[in-house]
Design a protein. Structure first.
Length: 133
């Protein structure tokens, strides 16, 4: 059993090192929240329901980014039939050992919404659904 555990740890260590050498997993999303206000680069209150005609913020925090990258915050209005309509796509540059960034959207239509943080390859890093009433 001890040999099996050691073998698993060696394999996991090798896979982690391989990903870092080849540029994979070179940054990590550590936090993603929806809020109605940001003060001193921090979200004030985590929310999942907003008032109509208010402003929503999507806040993301990354660590171990390495060289500069671009991520996108894509804001969608969700339709009853399951389709989604892109309402805004906000490009955000990130770099360094820790980076906090956010985008905002004026919420002028009621209903179900979604916001996604995606990388340059359109891989979804985080997704938050919310309501506008």
């Amino acid at each position: 059993m001890k040999k099996l555990l050691i073998s698993i740890l060696i394999i996991l260590g090798t896979l982690t090192a391989y990903g870092k050498v080849n540029g994979e997993n070179s940054c990590c999303l550590t936090r993603a929240v929806l809020t109605n206000e940001i003060v001193e680069k921090e979200p004030v209150k985590i929310m999942d329901t907003f008032k109509l005609y208010s402003q929503g913020y999507f806040y993301t925090e990354f660590k171990d980014i390495g060289e500069e990258k671009t991520i996108y915050h894509n804001w969608y209005l969700l339709q009853e039939d399951g389709e989604k309509t892109l309402m805004a796509s906000v490009p955000l540059k990130i770099k360094g050992s820790r980076w906090r960034t956010w985008s905002s959207k004026n919420l002028f239509l009621s209903g179900k919404w979604s916001v996604e943080a995606v990388d340059e390859d359109d891989t979804i890093l985080s997704k938050k659904d919310f309501n506008v009433e």
